[in-house]
Design a protein around this ligand. Structure first.
Ligand code: MG
Length: 365
């Protein structure tokens, strides 16, 4: 190993990372209840119909009280809860809300690893917001998702992905849980091994037969014994039992949007002042768009405004054109949301990743 590398590893081990795991609460069901309030306060699931042997994708907490769960056959769910209302998924709507949630994440960090439409890891180690407090960033993200999108998310804050994911589940729904570096030891000791990433029912049963139920039990075993018993997963178990997880937050290298923005030295006092900045931004955006490889197709336009009081809004419109006039209209609508002086204007367009689409098509062929 080179000296520089060794130095990097040493520093890497010493630098405390700050990872946030965000998980929307019963995402699909939450969107359905938001968009049709008649669906709220009653057992609701999103999924396939029972007569077509469908399964439940998501259900709300009223339905969970009856034992209804994700991936359960809809017919069985209806036996547990005869009043259950099952609505068909509206994937396009869920994807659009997911993009809106991710747009909020991007205001805090670029280091984002989406796990699904409703779940992501954020690495905020290097972000300047809130004086670097991951807890306050997580609180602010929760506040903003609720305020802008009327759905709730739970958040976990910890020094690594493994613990952050457990933490987001700890106070669910609509909760926040933080595991500080000096709390890891005690927190993990009490953790049932079934909570460990990669430990399914089979492994949990195998561990139980060895008398291992908590991570404290697991720590009694040395690394070699675990390797012998569980193969390469044994080393992972040894690490997890000590709260260690070095996996980085992996950013998808494919872009989801292209955009430009500018923060102005002096606040733009009104809409005409904002509109006057648009041609310059539009030209810069066109230059960036021209540089994209042909694996992308431009999709809908969006406008982002940050007001003088640091509140901000992002407005995008499906089906709108990508010409200057479309951005003018969008900017007018975004400005009306705050109707106060503006410090930052951004414009951009969402991208369709054609390579991703081809991959998906292959999956379903
Ligand atoms: Mg979720």
């Amino acid at each position: 190993m080179h000296a520089a590398q060794a130095d990097f590893h040493a520093r890497g081990a010493m630098t405390q990372r700050k990872i946030i795991h965000i998980d929307c609460d019963c995402f699909y069901a939450a969107i359905e209840m938001r968009d049709d309030p008649r669906l709220a306060n009653r057992p609701l699931a999103v999924g396939g119909s029972a007569d077509r042997r469908g399964v439940i994708a998501t259900c709300n907490y009223e339905a969970r009280a009856y034992g209804v769960r994700s991936a359960m056959p809809s017919g069985h769910a209806l036996k547990l809860c005869p009043d259950l209302l099952i609505v068909r998924p509206r994937m396009e709507v869920y994807k659009a809300v997911s993009r809106q949630v991710q747009a909020i994440f991007r205001d805090y960090t670029e280091v984002i690893e989406p796990l699904s439409l409703d779940e992501a890891f954020l690495d905020v180690t290097a972000t300047p917001h809130f004086a670097g407090s991951a807890t306050r960033i997580a609180q602010d993200i929760r506040r903003r998702v609720w305020q802008d999108l009327s759905i709730t998310v739970s958040a976990g804050v910890a020094p690594n992905k493994f613990l952050a994911k457990i933490a987001s589940d700890w106070r669910k729904p609509n909760g926040l849980f933080v595991i500080k570096p000096d709390e890891i030891e005690a927190f993990v000791a009490a953790l049932p091994v079934s909570k460990l990433h990669g430990v399914g029912k089979v492994t949990a049963d195998k561990l139980a037969r060895q008398g291992i139920r908590s991570c404290a039990d697991l720590r009694e075993w040395d690394k070699l014994a675990l390797l012998r018993e569980f193969g390469s997963f044994g080393e992972r178990l040894w690490n997890l039992a000590r709260g260690l997880d070095e996996r980085p937050v992996q950013v998808d290298s494919r872009r989801q949007s292209v955009s430009v923005e500018n923060t102005y030295d002096q606040d733009l006092p009104d809409l005409p002042a904002c509109l006057a900045q648009l041609p310059e931004l539009y030209e810069a955006l066109s230059t960036r768009r021209a540089r994209l490889d042909d694996g992308y197709r431009a999709d809908k336009p969006f406008v982002k405004l940050k007001f003088h009081d640091f509140t901000q809004t992002t407005l995008e419109q499906a089906g709108a054109g990508l010409d200057l006039d479309s951005y003018r209209l969008l900017l007018g609508a975004a400005f009306a949301r705050g109707n106060k002086p503006v410090r930052l204007v951004g414009i951009g367009m969402r991208l369709l990743d054609l390579r991703g689409h081809y991959q998906q098509l292959e999956l379903f062929d």
